[in-house]
Design a protein around this ligand. Sequence first.
Ligand SMILES: C[S@@+](CC[C@H](N)C(=O)[O-])C[C@H]1O[C@@H](n2cnc3c(N)ncnc32)[C@H](O)[C@@H]1O
Length: 215
Amino acid sequence: MSQNLTTQKRSAGVSGYIPNELQPSQSSGVAGSDGSVKPHRCGAAGRALRVAYADPPYPGMSGFYKEHPDYAGEVDHEDLVKRLQTYDGWCLHTASTTLKYVLSLCPDDARIMAWVKPFAAFKKHVAVAYAWEPVIVKPCRMRKYNGLTTVRDWCAESITLQRGLTGVKPETVCRWLFEAMGMQPHDELHDLFPGTGAVSIAWKKWKEQSCLTAA
Ligand SMILES: C[S@@+](CC[C@H](N)C(=O)[O-])C[C@H]1O[C@@H](n2cnc3c(N)ncnc32)[C@H](O)[C@@H]1O
């Protein structure tokens, strides 16, 4: 028992998340249609996982998107969280003002991470700016600590302006979340609220870069 705990602590590294259900798969490649396990061309280990990236209009804020073709009223967050649970891993953006409600819908083992914004929109008459956003993260697999890189549970990145939509996610934020979710380049990313498509573009770039690094 104590040996198991020691092993878990060591493999968790300083990033410290160690839930048992997130232990890495034992296989060393990608499962083929015949059930055999083949090494992935990027050298990635384990089967490909399905991961959802959810960046919905935050509760009570869908009105920002009234003019958009994909606008469909308020997003039912209870349904959304149920849908997210059908994936191997997921992340869900929300606001600090709606965190309490959204978190009450989420499983206990989801983590709260923070996107902090060195440059953010300051509003008139708001003396204490809203300059960070929570992201609720359910990793698809546990990252193995390699002695070199530890992913933080926060990311400092300024908002981007003039990208044609409120709430477009900067590439750095997306990349941070791909890493925090323990994604590998052969995984499947489902961008549930694509907006400008920035998340999928960031995913494509991250995948390509990860493959090059592994080559
Ligand atoms: C925060 S934005 C997504 C931004 C996107 N991640 C990006 O980086 O461009 C939310 C998107 O959901 C769309 N939307 C609004 N109401 C919706 C609804 N009820 N169901 C699904 N999508 C909705 C909005 O029009 C908008 O495109």
